[in-house]
Design a protein around this ligand. Structure first.
Ligand code: HEM
Ligand code: FPP
Length: 302
């Protein structure tokens, strides 16, 4: 409450700074992508006649809980973040936002998101989304990240959940099909992150975080990136094989995964930091286009 009273006394310039800080600690671009994948999960679920309004609120609830998880990550990681060049200017690491302030913000958006899911989606979606929050904000951030180079492989499951969450928000039940979409993001996450970790290895060394390039060397990490990009290519065929998606999706997935694997092999054979960052940036475009293709294939090209 005191935080809220203090906010009402801020000048417009300070308010826009505060909004920017809130967006930064929410990892809003990552959350936007998570919501896109949840939306596609929702759109591919059997039509149960829910209105657009409740669908929108369900996605908002998933987005708010994801953002709350990201804020907790900023609080738990503030010491680590202050040691790394990429993250040292973050609001909590820099001290612009206190931990209490950030946690209060996480509580407000997290509780709002949870209630939205309980009221306008269903209990199963609310509980599963809460599991994903705990998986990312506590199991990955507080424990796995500091404990094992497999941190992002195991922790990646939390970030891969949104298509299932979107699907279950429609049907109220688990099904096998959305797990294929989860598997796609699950196999996409290691090359997505390791490409960045290769380019930012010195950051992780300084912060003493056991990321794969630090513990096993850049060359081994590059081999893992290639292996996962081949695995990703295979997993992406599954929605077509079970008849969940059609030929348009298959063509888009094949083109995107060929490019992904090409960039991964290029990184392995003659890569430097720039090649690694090129793959990292492409991984984001790749996942976005892949999920847009799933949506177009289902809704426009039957
Ligand atoms: C454990 C799993 C993951 C790890 C460790 C990870 C790691 C990262 C890191 C370190 C960044 C750079 C952030 C920065 O620029 O400061 C990033 C960016 C990004 N990630 Fe991930 N990521 C994971 C999962 C995901 C998932 C599941 C998605 C979406 C479905 C995603 C989407 C993005 C996007 C869109 C960006 C760009 C953000 C920006 O430009 O600000 N990531 N990721
Ligand atoms: C409810 C739900 C779906 C939760 C998932 C939430 C979420 C924001 C997942 C994204 C994963 C991610 C950006 C990991 C990077 O963390 P990091 O600490 O390794 O990266 P950093 O150094 O950039 O902070």
């Amino acid at each position: 409450m005191t935080q809220l009273i203090a906010i009402t006394k801020l000048a417009p310039r300070q308010i826009s700074g505060l909004i920017n800080d809130y967006l930064a600690i929410s990892k809003f671009k990552v959350v936007a992508m998570l919501v896109l994948t949840a939306w596609v999960g929702l759109a591919l679920a059997p039509d149960v006649g829910r209105g657009i309004g409740v669908q929108f609120i369900s996605l908002l609830g998933i987005g708010l809980l994801s953002a709350a998880a990201a804020v907790i990550n900023h609080v738990v990681d503030s010491e680590i973040d202050s040691k790394m060049a990429r993250t040292r200017h973050r609001p909590v690491a820099k001290g612009r936002l206190s931990k209490l302030h950030a946690l209060s913000f996480a509580a407000v958006i997290g509780v709002s998101g949870f209630l939205m899911l309980m009221i306008w989606a269903n209990t199963l979606t609310a509980i599963l989304t809460l599991f994903a929050l705990v998986g990312y904000a506590f199991i990955y951030t507080s424990f796995l990240k500091r404990a094992t180079p497999q941190n992002i492989v195991i922790g990646g499951l939390a970030g891969a959940m949104p298509p299932l969450l979107g699907w279950v928000s429609e049907t109220g039940q688990m099904a096998a099909a959305p797990w294929l979409l989860v598997m796609i993001i699950f196999t996409w996450t290691p090359p997505h992150f390791w490409a960045l970790a290769i380019a930012r290895k010195s950051d992780y060394e300084r912060a003493k975080i056991p990321m794969l390039p630090v513990t096993h060397g850049i060359d081994f990490c590059k081999t893992c990136v290639v292996a996962y990009s081949v695995l990703l290519t295979l997993v992406c065929v599954l929605p077509y094989l079970i008849g969940m998606s059609g030929i348009i999706y298959l063509i888009a997935a094949t083109l995107l995964n060929s490019m992904f694997t090409y960039k991964a092999v290029k990184l392995k054979l003659a890569g430097n930091d720039e090649t690694a960052m090129d793959l990292f940036r492409f991984s984001i475009v790749h996942l976005m286009l892949l999920f847009v293709a799933l949506f177009i294939d289902k809704w426009f090209l039957i």
